[in-house]
Design a protein around this ligand. Structure first.
Ligand SMILES: [Fe+2]
Ligand SMILES: [Fe+2]
Length: 257
């Protein structure tokens, strides 16, 4: 959490030591991350409406709005990093994400389901990916940017887990069933994001020093997150995680891109 307000030492970038091809690949990677961060702004805005409609506790409402603001900063940081590797600053395309919305569904059920989707699953996966990426990064600028983003994503994940626990404590079996039904949907959705088309696998240590992760590594990380974090996390709260560990296990991770 101490990383949250750390200044970024932009002038210390080591991008100049890379080949043009590596720089282009990294610019593309950070542009893609900027797009994802930009979409995350509206993800939290939409989630905030679900949480307001459901009368969520004040600390959860505060955190969801803070999260949207954090994502603006993440998008800005990624845009600037992309420009460090690949020329001018290019804002991400405008657009917004949507979340499942069923007007006929009780508001609190929808809030629980969408908080699980966005926060417990997507943000928890993001924290594991970031924590792992950071270990091999040596470029001071990328290290600082990942430190800031990581500190925020941890909070974004906590928001969902605490809201889920709060609802389960309500001793209303409904919320346990709502959560159990959303888990496979949310994990499959996150797996689709991991599987989105990306540049070819590269294994250059130079790229790793600048925050690059190969699609193969990303799938392996996702499988590990499902097995070691998500499934045990849901089960610790008494929510059956279904077959997510089998569906997104090593076989899923190891298949060819
Ligand atoms: Fe983010
Ligand atoms: Fe986030």
């Amino acid at each position: 959490m101490r990383g949250r307000h750390r200044p970024i030492p932009w002038t210390q970038t080591t991008a100049g030591t890379l080949t043009q091809a590596d720089r282009a690949l990294l610019a593309d990677t950070w542009r893609r991350r900027a797009r994802a961060e930009y979409l995350a702004i509206s993800t939290f805005s939409v989630l905030s409406m679900d949480l307001c409609a459901a009368g969520a506790p004040a600390d959860v409402l505060s955190l969801v709005h803070r999260s949207a603001i954090d994502e603006v900063r993440h998008a800005e940081l990624c845009v600037r990093l992309a420009s460090v590797y690949g020329g001018g600053e290019e804002p991400p395309p405008s657009g917004m994400s949507d979340l499942p919305d069923d007007p006929a569904r009780p508001r609190r059920e929808q809030a629980v389901a969408n908080a699980l989707l966005v926060s417990c699953v997507a943000e928890t996966v993001a924290t594991v990916v970031l924590a792992t990426l950071r270990q091999e990064v040596t470029d001071p600028v990328v290290k600082a940017v990942l430190g800031v983003i990581y500190a925020d994503e941890v909070t974004h994940a906590r928001l969902g887990w605490s809201y889920l626990a709060y609802n389960l404590r309500a001793e209303d079996a409904r919320f346990r069933a709502v959560a159990g039904a959303m888990i496979p949907v949310a994990v499959a959705g996150a797996a689709n994001v991991v599987d989105a088309p990306k540049p070819e696998d590269e294994t250059s240590p130079a790229l790793k020093a600048h925050g690059f992760v190969t699609p193969t590594e990303e799938r392996a990380l996702f499988a590990r997150t499902v097995r070691e974090v998500l499934a045990p996390g849901f089960e610790a709260l008494g929510v059956a995680a279904g077959d997510i560990v089998e569906r997104f296990g090593d076989r899923w991770a190891a298949r060819a891109s």
